[in-house]
Unconditional design. Structure first.
Length: 80
């Protein structure tokens, strides 16, 4: 578990943003993989923070989700 005073790593941030956006859009890992032209198990391993992605694949996923690549790499704001 991430400590509250510790900044998120890029891998954790990326995984959380992909998963959040995918859920918000109501698409499965398999559907996202199809849209990004990647394998479905690859998307799952990204969301589990097991993969170190290339920028090319981050860009593919961003395009598939319809967001700018920066959205995937930006830490979520704590608005609570």
């Amino acid at each position: 578990m991430q400590r509250l005073d510790t900044p998120l790593t890029a891998r954790v941030t990326l995984a959380a943003n992909i998963k959040r956006l995918r859920h918000e859009q109501g698409i499965s890992q398999e559907a996202l993989a199809d849209l990004a032209h990647l394998h479905r198990t690859y998307i799952g391993s990204i969301e589990r923070e097991e993969r170190n992605l290339s920028l090319d694949n981050v860009e593919r996923i961003a395009r598939a989700l319809g967001v700018h690549i920066a959205v995937l790499l930006t830490e979520p704001r704590d608005d609570s």
